[in-house]
Design a protein around this ligand. Structure first.
Ligand code: GLU
Length: 441
């Protein structure tokens, strides 16, 4: 059975970059009728926060990215020490005592000599007595996995044939001196024990994958299929990392971006398939194909989400917004009409409030000097009694007859006087909604 996971560290809010990973894994599981696990990578007790765990779940729920179960690494520490013991017994795990400063010096020396900055395995030469002494001086050491120095190969679902020389990679540290289990060990143990069949993540994990393949094999696990999607950049190709803080899913939500817009964009951006608005995850999943994605960095422009959002909103029936419209104070008998008039004139749901303000309180009229007499005269001709879909036509016909104005010179000053805007919905639909006019004597 297909099993995928989305494995955020709860050290911040999830952003558009994380969403790509979450969505791809979700779609793969759903398309295959498999399981999608939300795995909270919280082995770092200092940086992990419960508030972020909740926020991640809220953000995913908002998008409809349902999961089949939640796993927490902080509850599985015994599993990680069991795996560490197994690796130790195999002679694939060794204790090191270098300080960060010493490691940094080693790296600098290697780089100066034009060599790759790979850990030199000096700790492998330590005798038991030397280790005892180092422990006494420096405390417990940190533990590294001993890579087999051979080429590590896999067929990547996006990048194709991959081959990494293990000799060009440092033996990964799996447990810190203070006992904290690091991501690589926890992730490998989880992927094996949770039966993860497909791992899709950002291309910043390619080197991790090489080491994880050796670890999974050493621990007797079955290798999942790996795929690494490109990283997002800004519209100019600039790194997004600094801006990701402002591209948190909750910020986009607050700006009025609709889930359908975000999901439609993210499920296709960076692939050879066009971005088309799809209104739900099922239809998004139908056209989704991981092999259509390319390895080049993917340009992301947050502004593209707004036209998609507007187009999605236009497709919604009144019932989908009835509560929201009522909450704005729109009387029930005007609600349908209000939606019919505004649906094609909003970019996000937030714009509804501005339209209702305009209809209920009137706009700041925009009246050009040369139109002021004309507008004043027109106002005296507004038909009395309740206004309906015919009223605009009746009124403008009367104004035309009285003033001799026609076309744009007739309609535009009236639109601007009543709505404060040059563009907007059909005035014959707007007029009956204008509460100020309705309330006049
Ligand atoms: N917690 C890791 C991250 O957020 C998970 C990476 C993975 O999918 O293995 O980068």
């Amino acid at each position: 059975m297909t099993t995928t996971r989305f494995a955020p560290s709860p050290t911040g809010y999830i952003h558009v970059g994380n969403l790509r990973t979450a969505l791809f894994n979700h779609l793969i599981a759903r398309k295959a009728g498999g399981d999608f696990i939300l795995r909270i990578d919280d082995t770092d007790p200092e940086r992990s926060k419960e508030a972020y765990v909740e926020a991640i779940q809220q953000d995913m729920t908002w998008l409809g990215l349902s999961w089949d179960r939640v796993e927490r690494q902080s509850l599985r520490l015994d599993r990680y020490s069991a795996a560490a013991d197994q690796l130790r017994a195999m002679g694939r795990f060794y204790e090191c005592f270098e300080t960060p400063t010493e490691l940094d010096l080693k790296r600098k020396k290697q780089l100066n000599m034009g060599k790759p900055p790979v850990y030199d395995r000096a700790a492998l030469a330590l005798t038991e007595a030397e280790k005892e002494q180092l422990r006494a001086e420096r405390g417990q050491g940190h533990w590294r996995f001993k890579l087999d120095l051979e080429r590590i190969e896999w067929t990547d679902g996006i990048l194709g044939e991959m081959s990494i020389d293990a000799a060009s990679v440092s033996d990964p540290v799996l447990i810190r001196g203070d006992g904290q289990v690091l991501y690589t060990l926890a992730s490998v143990v989880d992927d094996i024990e949770m039966g993860v069949t497909d791992v899709v993540r950002g291309s910043d994990h390619v080197t991790n994958t090489a080491t994880q393949i050796q670890m999974i094999t050493a621990l007797g696990g079955t290798l999942p299929a790996f795929a690494h999607h490109s990283l997002l950049t800004g519209p100019q190709g600039e790194a997004l990392s600094k801006r990701l803080g402002t591209l948190a899913l909750r910020d986009l939500r607050q700006q009025g971006v609709e889930p359908a817009a975000l999901l439609s964009q993210m499920a296709r951006l960076g692939s050879s398939d066009p971005i088309e608005l799809r209104d739900d995850l099922t239809t998004i999943a139908e056209g989704f194909n991981l092999t259509h994605f390319g390895s080049a960095p993917t340009k992301f422009d947050v502004d593209d989400l707004f036209p998609l959002t507007g187009r999605h909103l236009q497709t919604l029936e009144h019932s989908a917004l009835a509560d929201e419209i009522a909450a704005l104070g729109v009387p029930a008998d005007l609600s349908q009409q209000f939606w019919a008039v505004t649906r094609e004139n909003i970019t996000t749901r937030h714009d509804l409030a501005a339209w209702w303000r305009l209809f209920s309180q009137g706009a700041d009229p925009v009246i050009e000097a040369e139109d002021s007499e004309f507008v004043a005269q027109a106002m005296t001709l507004l038909p009395m009694g309740p206004l309906d879909g015919e009223s605009w036509g009746t009124w403008t016909a009367a104004v035309k007859a009285a003033t001799g104005r026609k076309g744009r010179g007739l309609f535009m000053p009236l639109r601007k006087a009543l709505t404060g805007q040059q563009h907007g919905p059909d005035m014959s639909a707007v007029l009956p909604l204008l509460q100020v006019i309705k309330a006049r004597g």
